[in-house]
Ligand binder design. Structure first.
Ligand SMILES: *[C@@H]1O[C@H](CO)[C@@H](O)[C@H](O)[C@H]1NC(C)=O
Ligand SMILES: *[C@@H]1O[C@H](CO)[C@@H](O)[C@H](O)[C@H]1NC(C)=O
Ligand SMILES: *[C@@H]1O[C@H](CO)[C@@H](O)[C@H](O)[C@H]1NC(C)=O
Ligand SMILES: *[C@@H]1O[C@H](CO)[C@@H](O)[C@H](O)[C@H]1NC(C)=O
Ligand SMILES: *[C@@H]1O[C@H](CO)[C@@H](O)[C@H](O)[C@H]1NC(C)=O
Ligand SMILES: *[C@@H]1O[C@H](CO)[C@@H](O)[C@H](O)[C@H]1NC(C)=O
Ligand SMILES: *[C@@H]1O[C@H](CO)[C@@H](O)[C@H](O)[C@H]1NC(C)=O
Length: 266
């Protein structure tokens, strides 16, 4: 673990009792990367070329992602003021939801961070920018998770069904290219109850890297959400979610968002 990651982990532990906002306009989490190797990182200056490039980049991410199945990455400017940016909307977000979410994310990251690399997560999208090219990176420096307050009544069949579902979804997302590295599905865990799942990878990485990332995410389920009726594991490169009600393509208002829950990082 690098000192930067160690620092983040400590920082995130302090956030242990912060709650996931239920409003979709509030970020689930953001990381400004204000320190590196224990030292403060130089912020960009307001109205500098870097800042101007960033402000040009963000709207193009929003509008293009909405037209491009919820994913877009691009860069703008020349070194040393070049900015790389990427957005990933949840695979079941409509273009409207994707555009709205990424617009919130653009404003959100500009108002919260002044560093040269940052990432922000919302319910329906994540946005990341950096002064270095991170597009093909397939490891996740940050993980966090959220879980429902409610327990399942019959954990053994539930966990079997959930494990089975997630393994299947990871294979589909990673190795069925037409899915755009996104898969949803469901499994019965009793005669009348189902568990619904969703997995997603950043669609520029390889199938193997996607599969590996999802395996890592799945391996966090016992720590994250054991016995729970819903949960999410979210990383920079991939994420997963499960619920006992169908949440795919839910509308923004009144959807069964998981209950407010603390978040934890590795
Ligand atoms: C954080 O910033 C430092 C210094 O600019 C950079 O080397 C490092 O890659 C950044 N980390 C992340 C996760 O973006
Ligand atoms: C940056 O530019 C904006 C608009 O041009 C201006 O309102 C603001 O005062 C400037 N800020 C700084 C720190 O120069
Ligand atoms: C997005 O990232 C991929 C992988 O690095 C790269 O090949 C592609 O050119 C990028 N797209 C844009 C519009 O820059
Ligand atoms: C997008 O945001 C606008 C303004 O906040 C709102 O009126 C509209 O209903 C939103 N659309 C969707 C699909 O959420
Ligand atoms: C960089 O900006 C953040 C706010 O985004 C601030 O908290 C931090 O102190 C600044 N760091 C430096 C070295 O100025
Ligand atoms: C859920 O289960 C955990 C561990 O068994 C227990 O501590 C907790 O009180 C339960 N919560 C509810 C709402 O039943
Ligand atoms: C799942 O449950 C439904 C009824 O709730 C039933 O119709 C279906 O056959 C079950 N599927 C499997 C694979 O058991």
């Amino acid at each position: 673990m690098s000192p930067f990651h160690l620092y983040l982990s400590l920082l995130l532990l302090l956030h242990l009792f912060f709650h996931i906002p239920t409003s979709y306009t509030e970020p689930l989490r953001f990381e400004c990367n204000n320190t590196h190797d224990g030292k403060p990182v130089t912020n960009y200056t307001l109205n500098s070329t870097f800042h101007t490039n960033l402000k040009l980049l963000l709207p193009s991410l929003s509008s293009n992602a909405a037209l491009n199945r919820g994913f877009y990455n691009t860069s703008i400017g020349q070194d040393p003021n070049k900015v790389y940016g990427l957005v990933l909307c949840r695979g079941d977000a409509t273009p409207d939801i994707c555009r709205n979410c990424t617009n919130f994310a653009s404003d959100g990251i500009l108002s919260r961070c002044q560093s040269r690399s940052s990432v922000i997560w919302y319910d329906y999208c994540q946005l990341q920018y950096s002064d270095t090219n991170f597009f093909l990176s397939s490891t996740t420096p940050w993980w966090f998770w959220a879980w429902s307050m409610y327990n399942v009544t019959d954990p053994e069949p539930f966990k079997r069904a959930l494990g089975n579902l997630m393994t299947d979804l990871a294979n589909r997302a990673a190795y069925e290219p037409w899915r755009g590295m996104f898969a949803t599905g469901e499994r019965n865990y009793s005669a009348s109850n189902k568990v619904y799942g969703l997995v997603q990878c950043k669609p520029v990485i390889s199938g193997d890297a996607c599969h590996k990332c999802l395996e890592d995410a799945i391996s966090k389920l016992p720590e994250c959400c054991d016995w729970k009726i819903g949960g999410r594991v979210i990383g920079e490169v991939c994420n997963l979610r499960f619920e006992v009600t169908n949440f795919f393509g839910e509308t923004l208002v009144g959807g069964p968002a998981p209950s407010p829950a603390p978040t934890v990082a590795l």
